[in-house]
Design a protein around this ligand. Structure first.
Ligand code: HEM
Length: 361
């Protein structure tokens, strides 16, 4: 089962704004009497994107979804701290971390299995369950099996459905929170862009909640997000294995070779982007991506080709809603203790966190 793009729809807006409003309430409660406070925004935005995925992926089974994501988080943390993860020869040597990881994996798969079985039962009883990712997967799978004379070998196995749910979380949660964190850092560092973004939000939505149609009018916000994705792409590279011999420029590459497509390197290449390649200048996207890249494939934060990110529209929509709500309520400035230290930790993250001075408007 492969989605070409995951189309965000109006049903998802409440998931985005509900999760963001929870963060706003918490931050409001943290303000001191002068209406400001220093907050490391990073963990809050991580929790926010986690909740959004939980609500949109598992909708009605949100509480069970939360548990699964907690287990995935434990796995992610263990992967980061397990040094021999990419040395297959050492993989079978048991360590406490690997034992915990396998236990988390087993528990998670069991939980997803129970959820899938519940959905399958509900669908057999005529209930429609296709409002979240899990429902769409289960329903399309059942239709595929029924369309082929109830031949179970044509659909996805439970293991495959489980993998899709895991992939959705792994690919969509940390990447989006990283984008939001770097955007708030950049808006704090460049207050003129923060003002432009806020003026635009008030111009389009006033003090109302962001709506689907208005989001496409946020031109400055789109430029800012693209520039953040150019300078701080959450994924630094992606890999491909060649299926056949290929000529690439003056290189001859044989089949079977692994090729790494560097994202950060190309995004900051002075020959492509000019002498100001490393500077934050959202105006370079004022006439869209094609103009900024002069039609070359030099901006690909979401990958490229048939396996391009299916969640790119979802992410952009989520980011625009969250930033609109935050800018309607707060202003941001870098804390004196902020240290600019981008570091690769699965995604490109601010190593020392993102402490910002948050002020109520
Ligand atoms: C700022 C946010 C995001 C960035 C920078 C990003 C980046 C990427 C990149 C670079 C790839 C291609 C990997 C490759 O070709 O090997 C990819 C694939 C993918 N992304 Fe995203 N992504 C983001 C958000 C999301 C979200 C929100 C979701 C889901 C809700 C998602 C789901 C996926 C999936 C399922 C794939 C695999 C597609 C396939 O292999 O067919 N991503 N993403």
């Amino acid at each position: 089962c492969r989605f070409t793009t995951l189309s965000p729809n109006t049903n998802m807006l409440p998931a985005f704004s509900q999760s963001c409003n929870d963060v706003i309430s918490v931050w409001m409660g943290m303000l001191s009497s002068d209406g400001k406070c220093e907050i490391d925004v990073s963990p809050f935005l991580q929790k926010l994107t986690c909740e959004v995925i939980s609500r949109t992926a598992f909708g009605s089974s949100y509480a069970e979804g939360e548990k699964i994501f907690q287990l995935l988080k434990i796995q992610g943390r263990l992967i980061r701290t397990t040094k021999d993860m990419n040395k297959p020869i050492l993989w079978h040597i048991p360590t406490p971390a690997k034992t915990k990881m396998r236990a988390a994996d087993k528990e998670m798969k069991n939980s997803i299995r129970v959820m899938i079985e519940k959905r399958e039962k509900a669908m057999k009883n005529g209930e429609s369950c296709n409002e979240d990712l899990l429902g769409i997967l289960v329903e399309s799978n059942q239709m595929e099996i029924q369309g082929n004379g109830n031949n179970k070998s044509v659909g996805m196995t439970i293991e495959e459905v489980i993998s899709e749910c895991k992939l959705f979380y792994i690919a969509g949660q940390e990447t989006t929170s990283t984008l939001l964190v770097w955007t708030l850092i950049m808006l704090s560092k460049y207050p003129e862009w923060q003002s432009r973004a806020r003026e635009e939000v008030f111009h389009v939505f006033g003090k109302q909640n962001p709506n689907f149609d208005g989001l496409s009018l946020l031109k400055n916000m789109t430029m800012i997000l693209y520039e953040v994705l150019r300078l701080y792409p959450p994924n630094l590279y992606f890999n491909r294995t060649l299926k056949k011999d290929m000529e690439l420029g003056n290189l001859s590459l044989p089949a079977g070779v692994d090729v790494t497509m560097p994202i950060l390197l190309v995004h900051q290449d002075g020959d492509i982007w000019g002498n100001d390649a490393k500077e934050f200048k959202p105006e370079r996207f004022s006439e869209g991506v094609a103009k900024a890249t002069k039609g070359q494939v030099s901006f690909y934060p979401f990958g490229w080709g048939p396996r391009i990110c299916i969640g790119q529209n979802f992410t952009m929509l989520e980011a625009k809603i969250v930033l609109s709500l935050l800018l309607q309520n707060f202003s941001f400035e870098l804390s004196p203790v902020y240290v600019h230290a981008p570091a690769l930790m699965l995604t490109l993250q601010p190593k020392q966190g993102a402490p910002l001075i948050v002020r109520k408007l």
